[in-house]
Design a protein around this ligand. Structure first.
Ligand code: SAM
Length: 430
C-alpha cells in the first residue's frame, strides 16, 4: 500500500474525498487543500488519469518528527530515492509549507532536503556529482507542528491541464474547479445543463466528460511516466479498463452560450479536442463510437429562456478583476435577476470572486461554498429552484426572449422528460 496525497482547491476536500472513495481508495484524513489516501501500485497512475477535482497527486516518501536540521536531513536520507529517481534526474524542491513548527525557514529547509536526496543518491551509486541533465522531479515538503511529510510529485503539469483546452481566452475557469462546481450541484447527466457565460466552454466540456464517464487524463502524460517505478504495461491496462467504462449510450443536453463570437469559436474547438481525446480512448478498445459534442451558440444571457421545465444553469460570469470593471460586473449581476423568472424552477450555480454578488442579484443563495484555487478567493452561490420561486418578487421585468432550442424541440424534450422519468433525476447515479 502507498500513502498518496491529492491536492485540491481549499474548500473542495470533501468533494475530492468522495471522488477518491468512488474510485475505491481508502481515505486517510485531510488538511486544507489536501486529501490523504491509501492505494495500491495501480493507484499511482489511475488517480492521475481519473481524478476530476484534484490539482495534483503526490506519493508520500517519508513522514517523521523533526525539530532540527539534522533530524530533517536524516529522515530524507533514509528514503530509498534510488528506486524512485533516475541517475540523470534533476530534483527540485518546488514548495515548502510550514505551520506551527520549529523549522520554519523555507529556504533553509529546501536546501537541506535537496542535499540529503543528492547525498543518498551519490552514496548508493558511488558518484561524487550527478549530471542532473534529465527530466525534472519535483519534491514538496509539508511541516506541520514538527511533523515532516516529504512527497514526490506524480502529476507534472497540474491536473487541470487536461490537454483539450488549447485556447482559454480571457479568465478561463480551471477545469478542476468546474468539476468541483458540478459535484457541488449534484449534477447528473439527465438534467439539462446550460452555461450562459461559457467563454472557452470549460463547464459544458467538463460536464460532457463526466456524463460520458470519460477519464479526464486520457489526453496527457504524467510526471510518473518518467520515473523508474512507472509500469508501462500496467498503465496500458489501466487506460484500457477506463476506456471500457466510457458511456456512449447516454443522452444528455449540455449547452453553452456567450456574447462573444470568438469565445464560442474557442469553446467549439476545445470541445472538439476533448471529444476527439475520448474518441481515441474508444478506438483503443476497438470502438468507433462518438461522444456527442456540447452545443455552443452566441447569445446575450438576457435573451435566453428555459427550453425545459427543469435544468441547471451554471456559470462564472465576469467578476470585474480590473479597476473600473467592478461597476460593470455589478450591473451585470443585477441583470442576472432575470434568471429567476426566465429559468423558473431551474437550479442556478454561480461562482465569482466579487463579494457584492448576492447584494446585486438580490437573492440569497440556498448554499454557499468558498473555494480558494491558487491566489483566487471565490464563492460558489447555489440556488435550488424552489428557493428561487420564493424570492420571485425580486425578479426583473423580462426582456424579449428567445429560446436556445427551437420551440418544437423544447416541446418535444419537455414531454420526453415528463414521460421518461417523471422527475428531476437528482437521485440518479451512474
Ligand atoms: C469569466 S468568463 C467565463 C470563462 C469560462 N467559464 C471559461 O472557462 O472559459 C466570462 C464570460 O462572460 C461573457 N459575457 C460577458 N457579458 C455577457 C453577456 N451579456 N451575455 C453572455 N455572455 C457574456 C464574456 O464574453 C466571457 O466569455
Amino acid at each position: 500500500m502507498n500513502r498518496l496525497i491529492a491536492l485540491c482547491a481549499v474548500g473542495a476536500e470533501k468533494i475530492l474525498g468522495n471522488e477518491l472513495k468512488l474510485l475505491g481508495y481508502k481515505l486517510a484524513g485531510n488538511a486544507p487543500g489536501r486529501v490523504f489516501f491509501d492505494g495500491d501500485d495501480d493507484s499511482l497512475f489511475r488517480a492521475n488519469l481519473c481524478l476530476r477535482t484534484a490539482d495534483r497527486v503526490y506519493l508520500e516518501m517519508a513522514r517523521y518528527h523533526a525539530e532540527d536540521f539534522d533530524q530533517l536531513f536524516d529522515g530524507v536520507y533514509s528514503v530509498n530515492w534510488q528506486d524512485f529517481l533516475k541517475k540523470d534526474s534533476r530534483v527540485v524542491v518546488d514548495k515548502v509549507r510550514t505551520y506551527k513548527s520549529v523549522l520554519n525557514s523555507e529556504h533553509a529547509i529546501q536546501g537541506i532536503i535537496l542535499k540529503a536526496i543528492y547525498k543518498k543518491l551519490g552514496d548508493v551509486w558511488n558518484m561524487l556529482t550527478l549530471p542532473e541533465s534529465g527530466e525534472e522531479s519535483d519534491v514538496r515538503v509539508f511541516i506541520s507542528e514538527d511533523e515532516v511529510q516529504v512527497c514526490l510529485d506524480l502529476s507534472g503539469l497540474p491536473l487541470h491541464k487536461r490537454g483539450y483546452r488549447t485556447n482559454g481566452g480571457v479568465a478561463p475557469l480551471r477545469e478542476t474547479t468546474a468539476s468541483v462546481m458540478l459535484q457541488l450541484m449534484l449534477w447528473r447527466r439527465k438534467t439539462p445543463l446550460h452555461d450562459p457565460f461559457c467563454g472557452s466552454g470549460t463547464l459544458p466540456i467538463e460536464a460532457c466528460l463526466y456524463a460520458h464517464n470519460v477519464a479526464p487524463g486520457f489526453g496527457r502524460r504524467f510526471a510518473l511516466e518518467n520515473l523508474p517505478i512507472f509500469n508501462a504495461d500496467r498503465a496500458r491496462e489501466i487506460r484500457f479498463a477506463e476506456a471500457e467504462k466510457i458511456r456512449t449510450d447516454v443522452e444528455c443536453r449540455i449547452t453553452g452560450t456567450d456574447i462573444d463570437p470568438g469565445a464560442i469559436e474557442r469553446a467549439r474547438m476545445n470541445a472538439e479536442h476533448a471529444c476527439v481525446m475520448a474518441g481515441r480512448a474508444l478506438q483503443m478498445i476497438g470502438s468507433d463510437a462518438r461522444i456527442p459534442r456540447p452545443e455552443f451558440d452566441v447569445a446575450d444571457f438576457k435573451d435566453l429562456h428555459a427550453p425545459f421545465e427543469r435544468g441547471l444553469l451554471i456559470c462564472n460570469p465576469p467578476y470585474g478583476e480590473r479597476l473600473g470593471e467592478e461597476a460593470d460586473a455589478q450591473a451585470l449581476y443585477r441583470d442576472m435577476q432575470c434568471f429567476f423568472e426566465d429559468f423558473k424552477g431551474w437550479e442556478l450555480g454561480v461562482i465569482t470572486a466579487n463579494k457584492k454578488f448576492q447584494e446585486c442579484i438580490k437573492h440569497y443563495a440556498t448554499t454557499l461554498k468558498d473555494l480558494k484555487a491558487g491566489n483566487l478567493d471565490t464563492t460558489f452561490y447555489m440556488y435550488n429552484g424552489t428557493e428561487k420561486e420564493k424570492n420571485f418578487s425580486n425578479a426583473k421585468k423580462p426582456y424579449e426572449k428567445r429560446y436556445w432550442g427551437s420551440k418544437s424541440e423544447r416541446r418535444r424534450n419537455e414531454s420526453r422528460e415528463k414521460n421518461s422519468r417523471g422527475g428531476y433525476g437528482k437521485s440518479e447515479r451512474f
